[in-house]
Design a protein around this ligand. Structure first.
Ligand code: SF4
Ligand code: SF4
Ligand code: SF4
Length: 724
């Protein structure tokens, strides 16, 4: 490292410390005059760099004079608001009211002003240091200068240091959760892949920042699960944060693919604004909590969208980093050139295939598995019912095996000559065991798969597929996502699919999906025997249908849970795999049974119905009348069993039928002998129950979350609710 570089590093460090100190001065100021002085000093620091840039860009005596003149003029200009503020302050001083007992609260304008000053300072300093070190592009185009400056280590590392120092200095003003977010944000900023070249840094930075982001998202989801209510400012901050991370990961992909760091630079600047506005205005974060987020579908949708965009882009980034030839080879990028119609079509096609290839990549699935799997582990810790615990363990194991191990590792090793799965006509049931290497030909493959999973569904219910084998339940079942099942009852769209009845909307959706499945499968078969030659964007029709359904539409509808409800692949009937599994379940013995009908008749809580993520709200009526409940929509997650406060419910399948045939009791008796039915366990204070119709079927109206903000299961153990 040259002496010049060492000197510049020292300057950058001193600037970071000085800036963090001045931020602290402004935020902790007990009078407006003091805050203005801090802002003025920050402006002075930036103005000093203007002179340096003008001179260093073309060193000469005239540029030195020009630089000093410009910065002098700027300093005089920035004195004007300071003088006005001091004058006002003196008048208030005379009334002896200016020094308050605590720090003044900065308004939104002052907060944005502080963030802007810090940003401009940082930019000018990095520009100056880059100019001194000769690192600026020769062209000097505005966007190129902006991108080079912001993507430089001078900007990124200094900014990360400043963020940490500011957060630590202001730790007593910000809540613990906000401090955690700010520190992790600083670390993510530090590990910016664009900061340094070379063979090691970009890869290391991508892995570390991805790991930090995954950890942050897990923390975020668990936080909102435990704290259903928080200050509105904190809710806005979370949405801004995840949106910026979505843009940031998209920026890294653009940088990898096209070598252009402008998008990433824009995301860095936006992240800084989010951080410094939060640091400058900690008081709104301590405001009284707003309404529970489960009553705010737009907020939940924005949060899920931001997280999901970040994850899809992260999946693409990791895939490119680890195996660029393989991933980019599978991504059929069409040129954005030609007539407008062609450009629009190519852009849509690129978007579709970017999404599909990223969502189907092993790294995306691993990342989602870690993130959503962590939430399932949290749920596992709260789950009491043994059968449910075993199911959750199977679910996590199947995700690891069927989403990652078998397709990426096992088949590649055990069947090196097997056809590429993306070229095999799948005809309807490729999820789960994907048996094409085990049986020869299309029909052998399909038959084997249907025999195995069809038999299991008939014997144990569709839960074999929809609550274990499929990768979907891992996404739906984690604590925070599971708590979004309240949207099944509050969203107008989701309510069209509520209860076990197969509504008109359900029948239409299911019919269209099955027609599409049969149609694309037929085309696929005709192609395979040479009777037709029809491919969609160069892809086998049934493979394309599979990709469109499960690598694109599934994720879009996952993000749309606040409008379409949780487990919407089951409730709406748009997943053909689920429909086929449901058909096999119908011919089997799978059902829900209660141990004592009278307990259900006396039950006032109806917690079984509230706990169902599929929205089968009519089950208590069936329990009261017949003591059992069958529905093709029931996918056996068992939350109803878990949530019944009287231990009155169990899932009955082939095992219980055999016991019955052998003359043995199907299940053990209820553990709770004196449940005080109708008095105990009225936990969901916001639940509105009504509509006991002639058929004695309870209809649950939209359910508000527990107004205490505590999760329902945890509220039983007395976990407190906090706001930030
Ligand atoms: S309906 Fe389809 S996507 Fe949903 S859990 Fe079942 S198999 Fe998976
Ligand atoms: S919560 Fe339990 S007791 Fe109440 S209706 Fe449901 S199964 Fe019956
Ligand atoms: S009724 Fe029970 S087992 Fe069936 S889907 Fe709902 S919670 Fe799961």
């Amino acid at each position: 490292m040259s002496i010049l570089t060492v000197a510049l590093v020292v300057v950058a460090l001193l600037m970071a410390v000085a800036t963090a100190y001045l931020i602290w001065e402004v935020v902790e100021a007990r009078s407006k005059a003091r805050a203005w002085i801090g802002l003025f000093l920050l402006a002075m620091m930036g103005e000093m760099w203007v002179a340096a840039i003008v001179y260093l860009s073309s060193p000469s005596s005239s540029s030195l004079i020009a630089g000093l003149a410009v910065s002098g003029a700027l300093m005089v200009a920035s004195l004007v608001p300071l003088v006005i503020a001091l004058g006002r302050s003196r008048r208030i001083d005379d009334a002896a009211t200016t020094i308050g007992p605590g720090p003044i609260s900065l308004g939104l304008g002052a907060g944005v002003g502080l963030a802007s000053l810090v940003l401009v300072n940082e930019f000018l300093m990095s520009w100056g240091l880059l100019t001194a070190g000769g690192g600026l592009p020769a062209s000097g185009a505005t966007l190129a200068v902006f991108s080079t400056v912001v993507n430089s280590p001078w900007f990124l590392f200094t900014m990360a240091g400043e963020m940490v120092l500011s957060a630590v200095l202001l730790r007593n003003r910000v809540s613990r959760v906000l401090l955690v977010f700010l520190l992790v944000q600083s670390a993510i900023m530090l590990f910016s892949p664009t900061a340094l070249g070379g063979a090691t840094w970009p890869g290391l930075a991508i892995y570390v920042s991805s790991a930090l982001m995954i950890g942050l998202f897990v923390y975020l989801f668990e936080y909102i699960y435990r704290h259903r209510q928080f200050a509105p400012a904190f809710g806005s901050y979370l949405v801004e944060l995840v949106s910026v991370y979505g843009l940031m990961m998209a920026g890294v992909f653009v940088w990898q693919y096209f070598g252009d760091g402008t998008t990433f630079a824009i995301s860095v600047v936006l992240e800084m604004v989010v951080v410094y506005v939060a640091l400058a205005r900690p008081d709104p974060f301590r405001a009284p909590p707003g309404e529970p987020w489960q009553l705010r579908p737009h907020w939940a949708f924005a949060l899920l969208s931001g997280v999901f965009v970040a994850e899809v882009c992260m999946g693409a980034v990791l895939s490119v980093q680890l195996d660029p030839a393989d991933y980019l080879g599978a991504f059929p990028f069409l040129p954005l050139a030609g007539p407008p119609g062609t450009v629009v079509f190519n852009a849509l096609s690129n978007g579709f295939w970017f999404f599909a290839t990223a969502a189907a990549s092993s790294w995306f699935l691993i990342m989602m598995g870690l993130e959503m799997g962590a939430l399932v582990v949290f749920k596992f810790r709260e789950t009491k019912n043994l059968e449910n615990r075993i199911r959750l363990l199977f679910l996590m194991g199947c995700y690891a095996a069927f989403a990652v191990f078998y397709p990426s590792i096992y088949f590649a090793l055990a069947f090196p000559n097997a056809p590429d799965p993306s070229t095999v006509a799948v005809l309807g049931w490729p999820m789960g065991i994907g048996s094409y290497p085990l049986a020869i030909g299309v029909f052998g493959t399909v038959l084997l798969t249907y025999v195995v999973l069809g038999s299991l569904s008939a014997l144990f219910g569709r839960r074999v597929v929809c609550s274990v084998f499929c990768t979907a339940p891992l996404m739906y079942q984690g604590t925070a996502i599971d708590s979004m099942k309240s949207f099944n009852r509050s969203s107008p769209i989701a309510r069209k699919y509520l209860s076990s009845r197969l509504s008109g909307a359900y029948s239409v959706t299911m019919g269209l999906v099955m027609v599409a499945l049969v149609g694309t499968s037929l085309l696929s078969y005709l192609d395979s025997v040479g009777a037709a030659n029809l491919y969609i964007q160069g892809t086998d029709p049934s493979v394309f249908f599979f990709i469109a359904s499960f690598s694109v539409a599934w994720y879009v509808l996952f993000v749309a849970i606040p409008y379409a409800g949780n487990y919407n692949c089951v409730t709406m009937g748009w997943c053909y795999t689920g429909i086929i599994a449901a058909a096999f379940q119908k011919v089997g013995t799978f059902k829900l049974k209660v141990r004592d009908k009278q307990v259900c008749r006396d039950c006032k809580t109806l917690d079984c119905a509230k706990g169902c993520p599929v929205g089968l709200v009519d089950m208590p009526g069936h329990f009261r009348q017949k003591g059992e409940f069958r529905s093709t929509k029931c996918c056996g997650v068992g939350d109803c069993v878990e949530d019944c406060p009287y231990d009155n419910l169990y899932i009955s399948d082939v095992r219980h039928s055999i016991r019955r045939l052998l003359g043995r009791p199907e299940t053990r008796p209820r553990r709770i002998s004196n449940p005080h039915v109708g008095v105990a366990h009225a936990t969901s204070a916001g639940a509105a129950l009504s509509g006991l119709g002639p058929s004695n079927e309870a209809v649950l109206l939209p359910m508000a979350p527990d107004p205490t903000g505590a999760p329902r299961r945890r509220s039983q153990t007395g976990a407190p609710s906090h706001s930030v």
